[in-house]
Design a protein around this ligand. Structure first.
Ligand SMILES: Nc1ncnc2c1ncn2[C@@H]1O[C@H](COP(=O)(O)OP(=O)(O)OP(=O)(O)O)[C@@H](O)[C@H]1O
Ligand code: SF4
Ligand SMILES: [Mg+2]
Length: 487
């Protein structure tokens, strides 16, 4: 007796119900077969392909292990720690930011997404460093790690160092910033009559005016304090300590100006907050004056009107300018611009880039510019970092990367740039896809897409090779030492 007939006999119901039962059994066995086949599928070279299928038991085991790691990392972020635990030294005092062997992961139920997997690069003071790479290669995750803004508890800085040279308030024994007072020719502190909020002179018990020392102010009228340089390891900093750096020392221009501004507050509210938060002793009038100056600085016509507007009342270009003015309001030493022009049309793009260039000169700051647009990098960057699948595959000066690209991926990126003098009707593209970030291979991540793959590429992941004092590439083709060792 065949299986359906047996089933009919067991079921003892009408033929229709049996047909449905038979279909359910068939689809169950078909699914099981597909899962088994996927598990033991072989690659072209005969090696076993890693399966994406996870059983319920495996998912539960992954979630349990992830929870354990995430809890430990969250506790480390929320701990109270003395400054000595996260104050460090720069390897090169010329740098403002040094990222060393950074690993930033997302702990998902499918496994660990190694979004940034051992990234090391520096941002020299006063320079622009461009980070390029295709979508999903880990550019934004790198920049969010610098701000400790990864979406927790899943997103975590797992290991590595992010050293940042900050210029922080020098604090007295009471923990308060030390003000800088105006002095006369004899070096004596200048005193003024103290005034209340309404501007009236304050009097003491005997009716004499109260005197207070006159504090120095900058060109925007913001009160000045003594400052000192300190190097912090951001990867080790408790999250509360990050408020000292975010906005004030490191500012970020986010990828989406529309979603980064709060729709329920006016531009003025949001800009004033930066001054009130980061400059102790600033009054609301000081903050408003500074905000309008900042809007002026980024080339917004009628800054008073924009100050009172809500984000939805502005165009995309204006919103991006507001974002830039907000980033500048804290006088940052480092600006991270994550695709600052992606949402803008070409003419506004050019204006925003000019603006960034002018501002960098003005504040003598450094810029970490993230984009997938090579044209922007060529125009703006002094140094370029090329990322692929969470790792740096090439880095060097802008001239080295544009005139002498070495990694097959960088060469492919250059070729895929549209040019006016090309005869071809179609644009060059790099065939294939980035490997699954959960199951990264242990050989070169670019191997499946590379046209120059050699025997050595089937071995371990290529190490970073120094090809000039400023140029490094991670590819076996340039690793003579490794080749000699093998021979
Ligand atoms: N919240 C998250 N949970 C899980 N994975 C994430 C999360 N955010 C980012 N990732 C993963 O991290 C990797 C890097 O993402 P990232 O946003 O840094 O890419 P990107 O280089 O900035 O790309 P784009 O140019 O599109 O902005 C991607 O594989 C992405 O899927
Ligand atoms: S290491 Fe091999 S596979 Fe990887 S980019 Fe270089 S040549 Fe291509
Ligand atoms: Mg991004």
């Amino acid at each position: 007796m065949s299986f359906p007939e047996k089933l009919k006999e067991i079921c003892k119901r009408c033929g229709e119900a049996c047909k449905k039962a038979w279909q359910a059994v068939c689809s169950f066995f078909k699914g099981l077969w597909e899962k088994l086949a996927a598990k033991f599928k072989k690659n072209k070279d005969g090696t076993e392909e890693k399966s994406h299928y996870l059983s319920g038991k495996e998912v539960r085991a992954i979630a349990k292990e992830n929870n354990r790691i995430m809890r430990r990392l969250e506790q480390r972020k929320k701990r109270k720690a003395p400054e000595s635990e996260f104050v460090t030294e720069m390897k090169d005092p010329q740098n403002i930011l040094e990222i060393e062997d950074l690993h930033s992961y997302f702990f998902t139920d499918q496994g660990v997404v190694k979004a940034v997997n051992g990234v090391s690069f520096e941002v020299p003071q006063g320079s622009t460093v461009g980070v390029v790479g295709e979508s999903g290669c880990g550019k934004s995750v790198t920049s969010l790690s610098v701000m400790q803004l990864l979406q927790g508890p899943q997103g975590q800085i797992y290991s590595g160092s992010i050293r940042f040279k900050s210029l922080d308030f020098k604090r007295g024994a009471d923990g308060k910033p030390i003000p800088i007072y105006v002095r006369d020719e004899k070096g004596e502190i200048v005193y003024d009559d103290a005034r209340d909020k309404k501007g009236n002179i304050r009097l003491d018990k005997d009716g004499h005016p109260i005197k207070e020392p006159r504090q120095q102010r900058d060109e925007y009228g913001t009160k000045q304090y003594e400052m000192e340089e300190k190097v912090f390891d951001i990867a080790q900093m408790p999250i509360k300590e990050m408020y000292r750096l975010r906005g004030r020392q490191i500012a970020m221009i986010f990828q989406e100006p529309m979603t980064s501004l709060n729709p329920v507050f006016t531009i003025g509210n949001q800009l004033d907050e930066v001054t009130l938060l980061h400059f102790p002793g600033s009054s609301k009038e000081d903050a408003k004056k500074r905000s309008i100056e900042m809007l002026n600085l980024v080339g917004i016509a009628m800054p008073e009107r924009v100050y009172k507007s809500y984000p939805h009342e502005l165009s995309g270009g204006m919103r991006q300018r507001v974002m830039i003015s907000m980033a500048l309001a804290g006088d940052p030493r480092l600006i991270i611009a994550d695709e600052p022009t992606t949402a803008l049309d070409v003419t506004i793009q050019a204006q925003i880039l000019d603006l960034l260039r002018d501002l960098k000169k003005r504040i003598n700051g450094s810029i970490l510019l993230i984009t997938h647009d090579l044209g922007i990098i060529a125009e703006m960057a002094d140094y370029v970092v090329v990322m692929y699948a969470g790792r740096i595959i090439e880095q060097g000066t802008a001239s080295e990367i544009f005139h002498n690209p070495m990694h097959p991926y960088t060469i492919g990126l250059q070729k895929s740039k549209p040019t006016m003098d090309s005869d071809s009707d179609t644009l060059f593209n790099i065939p294939g896809n980035v490997p699954n970030p959960i199951n990264m291979p242990d050989y070169c991540y670019f191997r499946e897409r590379c046209t120059r793959c050699t025997e050595r590429c089937h071995g371990e992941y290529p190490r970073m090779v120094q090809v000039s004092p400023t140029h490094k590439v991670a590819c076996h083709l340039y690793d003579q030492e490794g080749a000699d060792e093998k021979e």
